[in-house]
Design a protein around this ligand. Structure first.
Ligand code: PHB
Length: 392
């Protein structure tokens, strides 16, 4: 009996060693679930490029393991999200999910990641719940919560900043889905705390661009400022339409930086001088940001934006986890705690990750000048999402 037990223990040990060996040689499978079509297509591509750039800079390996990529176009379509994420989890058997841009799609991804205990790094989508009630050890975000950049803009809009005066009356406008409504909520919280009043919330279905009737309404109401959440192709159209009505001459258009990030070339004169708040600015003059932008431009023959930074930092977070366990994915607790405890040396500036899994980071006030969002100052230092409802 004892010999049998010894033998079976030996067999089990050999089996484990074999597993570790197989794992040691095999690549880590990373599954990108991102929008490659639709209004957010450029954001998805930038995230993938940023992620791959960091891996390439490490010689193609993280924690001693090669990286193999899988990808699914999520089309920013929540109704297809569960099927799409299961292609990566069940069909491709990925070790790590990286996605996505759209908050509604990301919420379905987070649910699937929790249920299957698959590692998930969110490289954009700000859905507050992901690092709120849905927070989990296996989920980390390299980007922001919708509340974060919105709250900073609400504070600036109410209190003023430098030569900018504070405002009293605001109208908000956005797409009617989680990111838009949470962004408006974060803005309103800070703006009203600072003594302002949001007099009207306007919205339209995602990813619609029929802005005319809503712009007419803004012109009739004459607020001091307008706060808008749009991004990607929709942001290009909105900012151009806003300027075409002439409204930008009398009513400043504010927003989280998504309104002008990765879009300035297409927006042209319409966006010049716009003030936005975000955790990144193109011209942050640090060795880290300068080296990153140079490397990105050399590799892709295009200029990096905030989405490229978030992809790059998603890879840095994964690298921290894999290095801590020397590539051994079976050491789950050590891996996920290293991913939460990392200090990310980001092009945006160094940042930490909260217990809930969200970056604690400076939010800059930026001004659109030429093709860059230039830093004006720090709107809120080391801003942490309140992580309402997270029990980690
Ligand atoms: C989101 O859906 O959370 C979202 C999408 C695009 C952005 C920012 C947030 O640029």
């Amino acid at each position: 009996m004892r010999t049998f037990m010894k033998l079976s223990t030996l067999a089990a040990a050999l089996c484990l060693a074999g597993l570790a060996q197989a794992q040691g040689n095999a690549p880590v499978k990373v599954g990108f679930m991102l929008p490659y079509t639709g209004t957010y297509a450029s954001l998805g591509n930038m995230i993938e490029s940023g992620f791959k750039l960091y891996v390439q800079e490490q010689g193609g390996k993280l924690g001693g393991r090669e990286i193999q990529y899988f990808k699914v176009d999520d089309e920013s379509e929540p109704s297809k999200a569960t099927d799409n994420v299961n292609k990566l989890i069940k069909r491709d058997n990925v070790d790590v999910l990286v996605g996505t841009v759209h908050s509604g799609v990301a919420l379905a991804m987070a649910k699937a990641a929790k249920e299957s205990n698959t590692l998930l790094i969110v490289p954009n989508a700000g859905a507050d719940a992901i690092t709120g009630p849905m927070c989990a050890a296996n989920i980390v975000r390299s980007s922001f919560s919708n509340w974060q950049s919105a709250f900073a803009m609400g504070k600036v809009a109410a209190e003023g900043f430098g030569k900018e005066k504070g405002a009293k009356k605001a109208i908000t406008i956005t797409w009617n889905y989680a990111a838009g409504s949470e962004s408006v909520k974060g803005f309103t919280e800070a703006f009203e705390k600072g003594g302002g009043k949001v007099v009207k919330d306007l919205n339209l279905p995602f990813p619609g661009v029929e802005f005319q009737a809503l712009l007419t309404e803004i012109a009739a109401q004459k607020p001091d400022v307008v706060y808008a959440f749009f991004a990607g192709g929709g942001a290009v159209k909105f900012v151009k339409d806003y300027a075409a009505t002439g409204l930008n001459k009398s009513i400043p258009l504010y927003g989280p930086g998504f309104l002008t990030d990765g879009t300035l070339e297409a927006q042209g004169a319409a966006a010049q001088g716009m003030l936005t708040t975000l955790h990144y600015a193109d011209n942050l003059d640090t060795p880290r940001n300068n080296a990153f932008r140079k490397s990105f431009a050399l590799t892709y023959k295009s200029q990096a934006d905030v989405y490229a930074v978030q992809g790059y930092d998603a890879a840095q977070i994964l690298a921290a986890g894999l290095s801590a366990v020397k590539g051994d994915l079976t050491k789950r607790d050590a891996l996920t705690s290293a991913m939460h405890n990392v200090v990310v040396d980001s092009p945006r500036g160094k940042f930490t990750i909260s217990a809930a899994g969200n970056p604690v980071q400076d939010i800059y006030l930026r001004e659109a000048k030429g093709n860059n969002n230039e830093v004006r100052g720090i709107a809120v230092k080391a801003l942490a999402d309140p992580a309402r409802g997270c029990r980690l």
